[in-house]
Structure formats: C-alpha cells, structure tokens
Design a protein around this ligand. Structure first.
Ligand code: GRF
Length: 194
C-alpha cells in the first residue's frame, strides 16, 4: 500500500513536527511528510523542516482579508501536492467549517491538555491554577468545534508542587512527541490511507 501523503501545519518551533518527521523515516510508517506549512514566515520549524529535506512553505495569513480566503489558499497548496492527511502541530489558526468539512476526518491535532479539560490557550497555567494533580496531552480528530472531536490518544503526567508553566509544559511535551506519531499512524491505518 502506498504511504499517505501528509502535510504538517505549524506556527512556531515545530518540535511535534520533528517527532512526526523522525517517525516517518521508518519504512513501515504509514505516511510520508510531503509538506510543512506555516502561517507565520518566522516559524523556526520551517528551517528545521528544510534542513530535514522536507518542503517548507510559509503562507502568511496576514496576506488574506478573511479566514475563508486564507483557507482557500491553504487548500490550493494542499491539493497541488495531493495531500491525503493533515496534522496540526502547534498551528495557531482557526480553520473554517468549510475547510474542515472538506477534509472530513482527515485533520488531526495535538492539544496540550487532557481534553475535554482546558480547550483553548494557557492550558498548563490553568491546570496549575486549578490545583490539578495531573496534566497531559490529547491527540484528536479535528471537527468544527475548537479543541473538540474524537479522541485518538491521551497521555498523563503528574503536576508537581513546584511546577511552573514552563516545567509542566516541558514534561507534557515529551509525551506529545511520544503519542502523536503513534496515534496519527493508527488513525491513518484505520482510514485505510496508508
Ligand atoms: C505544543 O504544546 C502543542 O500541543 C500545542 O502547541 C505546542 C507546539 O509546540 N498545540 P511545537 O511547535 O510542536 O514545538
């Protein structure tokens, strides 16, 4: 079976993108990363992807008047590369329902909380403020509702008494890098795409 053609969408440093790219180097991984795309031209992950030999493309959202116009430019870039599956990895843009509907079940996201807890931003600060005993991360299928949709995998880490946002984020990030490649691979196989 041919491998699924994967696009990874980022906005920043791209450490989850690297975890996916390293996993995809295994010959039995069900996807190959065809494109890394960022809505911010200064995303560090773009240089990292290029160094790894992956096509890296900046598509600044500031060049488009509406979300719909940005999403249609994004669609064009993805279609031109015959992308099958999209992995959001720190992509800080809300996608339109029209875009998500067109990719029905084929967009996956990693979110740094134990969903359904703490959708949105500042997840680690909120977990600490609430006095939670554990935090974590979730891989889920993207639906029209932000940080919602069927959960594919979760990992938990303890919140320590002396944790600040940065130390907790670092501990969760280790788990993100572990579960995202595995959950994405299982989902691609379940879809029959790779
Ligand atoms: C990760 O914590 C991810 O869960 C969140 O944004 C962060 C992106 O980090 N959505 P990186 O760019 O993958 O290093």
């Amino acid at each position: 079976m041919p491998r699924a053609r994967l696009a990874v969408l980022i906005s920043g440093r791209g450490s989850n993108m690297v975890a996916l790219a390293e996993a995809a180097q295994a010959p039995d991984y069900p996807a190959e990363i065809v494109l890394v795309l960022s809505n911010r031209a200064d995303a560090g992950g773009l240089d990292t992807a290029a160094r790894m030999g992956i096509e890296a493309m900046a598509l600044p959202h500031t060049g488009y008047a509406t979300r719909a116009e940005f999403d249609s430019a994004l669609s064009a870039a993805l279609k031109a590369r015959r992308i099958d599956v999209i992995a959001l990895a720190g992509f800080m843009r809300i996608l339109t329902p029209g875009f998500i509907g067109a990719w029905d079940g084929r967009i996956v996201n990693i979110h740094p909380s134990l969903l359904p807890k703490y959708q949105g931003l500042d997840t680690h600060a909120r977990a600490i403020a609430q006095g939670d005993a554990e935090a974590g991360c979730t891989v889920h299928v993207v639906t029209e509702r932000l940080d919602d949709g069927p959960i594919l995998a979760q990992a938990r880490v303890p919140v320590r008494a002396d944790d600040g946002e940065a130390s907790l984020a670092a501990r969760v990030l280790v788990e993100e890098h572990r579960i995202y490649p595995a959950a994405l691979a299982a989902h691609i196989k379940a879809l029959g795409l790779g």
